[in-house]
Design a binder for this molecule. Structure first.
Ligand SMILES: NC(=O)c1ccc[n+]([C@@H]2O[C@H](COP(=O)([O-])OP(=O)(O)OC[C@H]3O[C@@H](n4cnc5c(N)ncnc54)[C@H](O)[C@@H]3O)[C@@H](O)[C@H]2O)c1
Ligand SMILES: [Zn+2]
Length: 354
């Protein structure tokens, strides 16, 4: 097991990479009771490995990430006689983690909490950085708080029950971390594609560990999201527009967004074509889309609505090399050209076996 320590505003948070779910009880406070928050899928697959504790089960999907669900949790906490010494433990993916963190931070002005992250995305992204929130009227993560969990357990064995699509979603964020900040991680991903896709334990531990370090370092340098933290948006500006308009999963949309951002970086003379080809090849090898048949008439207006847009240009994360990202203003016309180039790019074939 490897521990990564993050200094939050109010507490120190420990990310325990490779810790087994069965060992969870060792990390709980010695006093006060623990209440688990989970969802039906996680309970069905891994419930028998949970520590003994009262249980609150929430619904599945983004539609459950609401204040109504949080209200239901508050009601259950009162029914279970929760008090200021109660510890809330979220066992699940990004949705369970976000909701648990939010409910814990607000109930009785704040309870201690921790996570066992059960999706690859939650292990490498959602449980790191201290953001906890819920959706409002369909707007994602509109209501939320910054607060770090006391610990996050990342047990690679939990990932074997995930559908392939969920693995790919986590891989997209890992590729993003490598491409913006860690050339060694990128080389490792390239060299160990098979082991990655087979969820080989040691390989996954390295991916999770390195990803968590990258995200936490970037977040620590910039808690307010005005400067360097923006590089975590690599692939996400176009990704969000494609996700909204074309009904792709977040990971698929971000993957395509990353291919366009890499192409645009070449177009602007920042990145070599060889580096761009390596990035697109890796994304394709992980079964993620690098080409899309899309309706530009829908995607471009969605992009123009992006909140990071100022005038005729948009803040865009580009690459100078694998492992080195920069944020630059990009004109809408330039962006359109890169999208058009990429969405009919015949050079790369997505790995259809994934
Ligand atoms: N707080 C942050 O910084 C941050 C960062 C990125 C994403 N997020 C949020 O994370 C959420 C997405 O997270 P997610 O992709 O983990 O989604 P999720 O929590 O919905 O999990 C995906 C699906 O997998 C199931 N599942 C979870 N673990 C499983 C397991 N081990 N085996 C089988 N099935 C399992 C879940 O029940 C669900 O159906 C979004 O709401 C997003 O906004 C938050
Ligand atoms: Zn993302």
């Amino acid at each position: 097991m490897k521990t990564v320590t993050i200094q939050g505003r109010n507490n120190i948070s420990r990310l325990l990479v490779g810790e087994k779910l069965e060992k969870l009880a060792h990390h709980l406070p010695k006093t006060g009771k623990c209440i688990i928050i989970t969802d039906g899928n996680v309970l069905r697959h891994h419930g028998e490995r949970f520590p003994k504790a009262d249980l609150i089960t929430i619904g599945l999907g983004e539609g459950s990430k609401t204040l109504e669900t949080v209200r239901g949790i508050y009601e259950n906490l009162i029914r279970l006689n929760a008090d200021r010494s109660t510890f809330l433990l979220g066992i699940g993916g990004g949705i369970v983690c976000d909701i648990t963190g939010f409910a814990a931070s607000t109930f009785m002005r704040g309870l201690s909490f921790g996570f066992a992250a059960t999706t690859l995305l939650a292990q490498v992204d959602a449980s790191v950085g201290g953001k906890n929130g819920v959706n409002l009227y369909g707007y994602k993560n509109m209501i939320g708080v910054f607060n770090q969990p006391d610990f996050v357990i990342c047990d690679p064995d939990l990932l074997h029950t995930l559908p392939q699509s969920e693995i790919r979603g986590g891989l997209a964020e890992i590729i993003k971390h490598a491409v913006i900040a860690d050339p060694d991680l990128f080389d490792f991903l390239e060299a160990r594609r098979e082991q990655v896709l087979n969820l080989e334990r040691e390989t996954i531990m390295r991916l999770v560990h390195d990803s968590v370090i990258i995200k936490s370092q970037v977040v620590n340098q910039d808690e307010t999201e005005k400067g360097r933290r923006r590089i975590l948006n690599f692939g996400h500006t176009l990704g969000h527009a494609v996700e909204k308009t074309m009904g792709l999963s977040h990971g698929e949309a971000v993957a395509f967004g990353m291919t366009v951002a890499a192409t645009l970086s070449v177009q602007k003379g920042l990145l070599s074509q060889a580096a761009c080809d390596r990035i697109i090849n890796l994304i394709a090898a992980c079964g993620l889309p690098v080409r899309l048949t899309m309706d530009l008439d829908q995607v471009l207006p969605a992009l123009q609505k992006d909140k990071k847009r100022s005038g005729e240009s948009i803040h865009f994360v580009l690459l100078e090399d694998i492992g080195r990202a920069v944020v630059l203003e990009v004109g809408m016309t330039e962006l359109e050209t890169a999208i058009k180039l990429e969405y009919r790019n015949p050079k790369f074939e997505t790995n259809s076996k994934c």
